[in-house]
Design a protein around this ligand. Structure first.
Ligand code: C5P
Length: 232
């Protein structure tokens, strides 16, 4: 028996726990984990800070030339922090201010081309778990394992609320619900790489699964794809 390194693509709606699962899998498998949403969020943060008009293509293209993104492993979080032009912007990109603007930014063709190029480069050596919206359909259409995650809307609202509340006691369930609904709508209906289940993706509905149950399930799928029986 021999284990080969593969690419694992995880896509799905907002706040389904994609990153949590991807992070767990990467740690167990010794793979790198890339949160592609963090890239779109960092670009959005740059646009907000510099007052970039997203309807002005020229401004967007010029701004992208000034953005350098990289990931640096954070021992404490056991995950990579995203750096934008050498500044660790991880603490800012989850704010609602960014969440409210990220989907329109991620719908821009030039922004997607910029991010996808870097994502594909990161997957060259395989041994990677990447989560997002178009990973199995556009970024890595040949990924050996594709998972499409979903969960009941109210479960997702509660999860995201619990994530945001510790750093923002003013956040409300309604605000979070509205943001998730709007992002899912824009992400699913945009012209460029809309959120779609790849035809060969396995659907994982985790509304009623514990993290442990979910992990056991997906590790089984990984095993099927990485273990090749060598004849003779
Ligand atoms: O995954 P996360 O919720 O952090 O992603 C933030 C936003 O980035 C999504 O709502 C979506 O608009 C965009 N995104 C995307 N394609 C990806 C990952 C994220 O369009 N591969």
């Amino acid at each position: 028996m021999s284990a080969r390194k593969i690419i694992i693509a995880i896509d799905g709606f907002s706040s389904c726990g994609k990153s949590t699962l991807a992070k767990q899998m990467a740690a167990i498998l010794g793979y790198s984990f890339i949160d592609s949403g963090a890239m779109y969020r960092a670009i959005t943060l740059y646009f907000l800070r510099h007052g970039i008009d997203i309807n002005n293509k020229e401004q967007v293209v010029e701004a992208l030339k000034d953005i350098h993104l990289s990931f640096h492993f954070n021992e404490e979080r056991q995950a990579s922090d995203i750096c934008m032009n050498d500044e660790n912007v991880e603490p800012y990109i989850r704010d609602l201010i960014v969440a409210e603007k990220v989907s329109p930014v991620a719908a821009i063709k030039e922004v997607r081309a910029f991010a996808v190029k870097q994502q594909q480069r990161m997957g060259k050596k395989k041994g990677i778990v990447m989560d997002g919206r178009d990973i199995g359909t556009v970024v890595f259409p040949d990924a050996e394992l594709k998972i499409f995650m979903t969960a009941e809307p109210e479960v997702r609202v509660k999860r995201r609320f619990q994530e945001l509340y510790p750093s923002n006691h003013n956040v409300t369930l309604d605000e979070v619900r509205h943001n998730l609904e709007l992002r899912d709508y824009i992400d699913s209906n945009r012209e460029e790489s809309p959120l779609r289940q790849a035809h060969d993706a396995i659907v994982l509905d985790n509304s009623n699964l514990t993290r442990e149950e979910q992990l056991e399930k997906v590790l089984g799928w990984v095993k099927e794809r990485t273990t090749q029986t060598v004849a003779g």
